[in-house]
Write a protein that binds this ligand. Structure first.
Ligand code: ADP
Ligand code: MG
Length: 446
C-alpha cells in the first residue's frame, strides 16, 4: 500500500550537533489519525513543520503519497495546518478567513459554496459574518479548522490545536475533531503533549522523547505493552508507580523482586516472563505497577497470581468518584527524566561507562540519541550526583493505589495490599521493558 506520509531516518538540528529530531522513521496510512505525543520540546512541532515543508530535513527522506517530497514547496503539498494559536486574519470575517486559501488556490472561482458547506459541517453558519475579535476561543478555533477543511487537503496537520482552550471546550472540540476527520477520511497528524488527548484521538500514537521515536502503536498497545519506562510513565493516569527493585534468584528458593524492605515473591513454577528475569539476578531493575495492578486487601484473600505487600498510608487524595491512596512501602521511587520538563539544550549529558557493560550495552549506548540520553538512570550512587526529586504528586508515598471512596483510610495505617503479577512490569537498568517479555506481540483481544 502506498503510504500517505512516510518518513525515513529524518533528522533535524538547529544548533550544530544537537538533533531535535533524530533519525525518525514513521509510516502513516491514508486516512489514518496519527498522534505525535511527547513532552514539551521533544521535537513534535519540528516533525510537523518538516511534513508541511516549513522546515527542511537535514537528513533522511520524506515521501508524500509515495513520492519523494523533501524538495516540494509547501504550497505543492496539499496539506492544511491548524495551529495552537488560532492564526486568523483579524480584519477578515470568518467567511473571508475560511475562503481566503480557496481564493488563492483557485482565483476566479466563487468560494461561497465550499465555505457554506464547511460552516454547516462545523455548525458555525451563524458566525460567518463576525470578525475574530467577536468570537470566543473555541469559535475561533472552529473557524481556523474550517479554513483547513474547506481546502479539501489530502493531509491535516494539527499542532496542539486545543491547548489554548479551557477543559470543557477542549473535550467538546476533541470529539468534534475525531468525528470530522473520520467523516472526511483525511490523513491527520495531530501533535499534543497531553496523553489523554492522544489516547482518545489516535488510531495510533507515536511517542517521542528528545527527538527520538520511542514507540508507535495503538493506544491500547502503548498502554499495555510500553516498550520502555518512559512510555510507561508518560501514558496513563494516575501515573504508573515506578519502584527501584533488585531481582534475587537463589537456586534453592523462590525468585523475588526485592523492593527495599519488602519483596514480591514470584510464584512457582515461574511463568515464562518471570523466568526471563533470571538473567537480571542481582541487578537493579525498575518495577512498574499501574494502579489496576494493586488492590487494598483488608478483607480480601489473594487470588491466584496475586502476592502480598504492605503499605503505610501517607496521604489520601479524595477525587469524588475515586480515591488515590499514597502508600509508603519502604522502597525507593525510580525517577524518569524528561517527563514534563524539556531537557536543557546544549551539551548533551555523557553517560558514564559502567564496569561490566556488555557489548549490547555499548551498542545500545551508541544507538541511543545523544540528545535523548538513557531513558532512566540507575547507576551506583558513587556515579551520580544527588538523586533528582521524584515527580510532582508522587510524594510523600511511593505507591499510589486507586480505590473507591467507601474505603476509610487514615494517615499512618498499615494496610495489606495485593499485587497482581499479571500486571507486573519490569524494566532493566536502561529502562527497556523486560517483563512482560519484549518479544510478546500485542494480544489484546483476549
Ligand atoms: N527555529 C528554531 N531554532 C532553534 N531551535 C529551535 C527552533 N525550533 C525549535 N527549536 C528547538 O527544537 C526543540 C524542539 O522544538 P519543537 O519541535 O517546537 O518541540 P515541541 O513541539 O515538541 O514542543 C526545542 O528544544 C526547541 O527549542
Ligand atoms: Mg510544539
Amino acid at each position: 500500500m502506498t503510504r500517505a506520509i512516510s518518513l525515513h531516518n529524518v533528522s533535524k538540528a538547529f544548533a550544530r550537533g544537537v538533533r531535535v529530531v533524530d533519525r525518525l522513521s514513521l509510516d502513516i496510512d491514508p486516512g489514518e489519525f496519527l498522534v505525535l505525543l511527547g513532552p514539551s520540546g521533544c521535537g513534535k512541532s519540528t516533525v510537523l513543520r518538516m511534513i508541511a515543508g516549513l522546515e527542511e530535513a537535514d537528513e533522511g527522506e520524506l515521501r508524500l503519497d509515495g513520492e519523494y517530497a523533501n524538495d516540494l514547496l509547501p504550497a505543492d503539498r496539499n496539506i492544511a495546518m491548524v495551529f495552537q494559536s488560532f492564526a486568523l486574519y483579524p480584519s477578515m470575517t470568518s467567511r473571508d478567513n475560511i475562503g481566503f486559501p480557496l481564493r488563492i488556490e483557485a482565483p476566479g472561482t466563487d468560494p461561497r459554496p465550499r465555505v457554506d458547506a464547511t460552516a454547516r459541517m462545523l455548525g458555525i453558519e451563524d458566525l460567518l459574518d463576525r470578525f475574530p475579535s467577536q468570537l470566543s476561543g473555541g469559535e475561533r478555533q472552529r473557524v481556523a479548522m474550517g479554513r483547513a477543511i474547506a481546502r479539501h487537503p489530502s493531509v491535516f496537520l494539527m499542532d496542539e490545536p486545543l491547548s489554548n482552550l479551557d477543559a470543557k471546550l477542549r473535550n467538546h472540540l476533541r470529539a468534534e475533531i475525531s468525528r470530522l476527520t473520520r467523516e472526511l477520511g483525511v490523513t491527520t497528524v495531530y501533535v499534543t503533549h497531553d496523553q489523554t488527548e492522544a489516547m482518545s484521538l489516535g488510531d495510533r500514537v507515536a511517542v517521542l522523547r528528545g527527538g527520538v521515536l520511542q514507540q508507535v502503536d495503538t493506544p491500547r498497545a502503548v498502554y499495555a505493552l510500553p516498550r520502555n519506562v518512559f512510555v510507561a510513565a508518560f501514558i496513563g493516569t494516575p501515573r504508573i508507580n515506578l519502584l527501584r527493585g533488585v531481582v534475587r534468584a537463589p537456586l534453592d528458593g523462590a525468585m523475588t523482586v526485592s523492593l527495599g524492605k519488602q519483596a514480591l515473591r514470584l510464584p512457582e513454577p515461574l511463568s515464562l516472563d518471570h523466568r526471563l528475569l533470571r538473567v537480571q539476578q542481582g541487578r537493579e531493575v525498575i518495577v512498574g505497577l499501574r494502579s489496576e495492578a494493586v488492590r487494598i486487601a483488608r478483607h480480601a484473600t489473594a487470588r491466584p497470581g496475586e502476592v502480598p505487600l504492605t503499605g503505610l498510608v501517607e496521604h489520601v487524595e479524595f477525587q469524588g468518584h475515586e480515591v488515590l491512596v499514597h502508600f509508603d512501602t519502604g522502597s525507593r521511587p525510580a525517577v524518569v527524566p524528561d517527563l514534563e520538563a524539556p531537557r536543557p539544550t546544549g551539551r548533551p549529558p555523557r553517560r558514564r561507562r559502567r564496569d561490566g557493560a556488555t557489548v549490547l550495552d555499548r551498542l545500545r549506548d551508541r544507538a541511543s540519541s545523544k540528545r535523548a540520553g538513557p531513558v532512566v538512570v540507575l547507576e551506583h550512587p558513587a556515579d551520580t550526583g544527588p538523586e533528582p526529586a521524584p515527580p510532582e504528586g508522587r510524594l510523600p508515598g511511593d505507591l499510589v493505589v486507586r480505590t473507591t471512596p467507601d474505603i476509610q483510610l487514615r494517615h499512618g495505617m498499615q494496610v495489606p495490599l495485593l499485587v497482581d503479577l499479571a500486571h507486573l512490569f519490569v524494566f532493566d537498568q536502561h529502562g527497556e521493558r523486560i517483563c512482560p517479555s519484549p518479544a510478546r506481540l500485542p494480544d489484546l483481544d483476549e
